[in-house]
Write a protein that binds this ligand. Structure first.
Ligand SMILES: *Cc1c(COP(=O)(O)O)cnc(C)c1O
Length: 371
């Protein structure tokens, strides 16, 4: 079976993890954590970085730092991973689902104004499948209405928007280092800051609300344990050394897929806006049943029978059981998110994927189109 994702740990990962173990610094402080936070902030062109246990708690920390209140309404794309909405619910706040733009698959800035009420306090654009959201347009709406913006960059490490790096275009951004993400520490996450005033508060929240200046075991606020370990940071330091190499290999895989699948009736690709330099996360295609002659699910089953694993695109948040009622009450039509969710498929994307494997996958898809 060719899997959808395999982490690439072929550089200094093993060496650095061994170094961390031998040093006995395996818990939530150590040299790898410090090095990672400094290097990641620099690479993202942000002021600061706090590592976190995973991308979901990174989002929660960002919302805690911004002091989001119960009942606040937060705009987000309907097409994203469930964590974006869940983090908002952890605050008792209300996710408001906005359709995505067919040209970017990210939140449609032209649909924001209609979703804003006097309870709206913020927007979480998601750089979906590695493609940056249209941040200038989003930030303009946010500024006009006095809203905060948190970029959910879990899938888009180092993607560029008009030459700027994702994470650098809002007060706070969040990242994931889950096993299938572009950079991984197994489980892991980060929050980046451009507003230094939020940093100390977020650091305290990450560590049980401790304030060391008030003495040991002084916890003036209720916090969380959302820390990353030095062992995980050792993996991330090694991943950062090869980030450019891994991203360029993934770009080559995207090009190979697009070249070999182009011209198959009914197969479409993730669009790339002229201002975007996406980070190649999972390769996405869309299947138009009328032209292709089979549905996305038919194709997925056929590939699985032939030992190729795939993933459907995310299920719209408004279609998920915990959010259906809320979405029905909001009543916003979300046709683009629904179409992509119903027709989109991820193909295997990992640096060790060989040319022969890409050929096999593309030949299978072409054969399926012809029968
Ligand atoms: C992966 C992901 C997250 C959550 O990250 P975890 O590390 O799995 O908690 C959040 N948002 C998006 C868009 C993601 O893809």
């Amino acid at each position: 079976m060719i899997p959808v994702a395999i982490p690439d740990l072929s550089g200094n990962e093993e060496r650095y993890v061994t170094d961390a173990v031998r040093s006995t610094w395996v818990s939530s402080s150590g040299a790898f954590l410090e090095r990672f936070e400094a290097e990641f902030a620099a690479r993202c062109e942000t002021q600061h970085c706090l590592s976190a246990a995973n991308g979901t708690v990174a989002l929660h920390l960002a919302l805690l730092a911004l002091n989001v209140q119960a009942g606040d309404e937060v705009l987000m794309p309907a097409l994203t991973y469930i964590a974006t909405a869940n983090a908002v619910r952890y605050m008792g706040a209300v996710p408001v689902f906005v359709d995505v733009d067919p040209n970017t698959w990210c939140i449609d800035p032209t649909k924001l104004a209609a979703a804003i009420t006097n309870r709206t306090t913020g927007i979480i654009p998601v750089h979906i499948y590695g493609h940056p959201a249209d941040m200038d347009a989003i930030n303009a709406v946010a500024k006009q209405h006095g809203l905060w913006v948190v970029e959910d960059a879990a899938e888009a490490h180092f993607a560029k928007y008009k030459g700027r790096t994702v994470g650098s275009m809002s007060d706070i951004a969040t990242f994931s280092f889950f096993g299938n993400k572009v950079l991984t520490s197994g489980e892991g996450g980060a929050v980046t800051f451009n507003d230094s005033s939020l940093l100390d508060h977020a650091r305290s929240l990450r560590g049980q609300g401790v304030d060391i200046s008030q003495g040991r075991y002084a916890h003036p606020i209720i916090g969380y344990n959302y820390r990353l370990t030095n062992v995980a940071a050792a993996l991330l330091c090694a991943q950062l050394e090869r980030a450019d190499e891994m991203i360029s290999r993934r770009n080559a895989i995207f090009s190979a897929y697009e070249e070999r699948l182009s011209g198959i009736p009914g197969i479409g690709f993730q669009p790339v806006a002229h201002w975007a330099q996406r980070t190649p996360w999972l390769f996405c295609l869309t299947v138009d049943k009328a032209q292709f002659g089979a549905t996305r699910d038919d194709l997925a089953i056929y590939l699985h029978k032939n030992e190729v694993e795939t993933r459907p695109l995310f299920i719209g948040l408004h279609q998920q059981i915990p959010y259906r009622k809320l979405a029905a009450k909001q009543g916003t039509p979300l046709p683009v998110s629904e179409r992509l969710s119903a027709t989109g498929l991820n193909l295997p994307t990992f640096t060790a994927l060989s040319e022969q494997q890409i050929d096999k996958i593309c030949d299978l898809i072409r054969a399926k189109a012809q029968c």
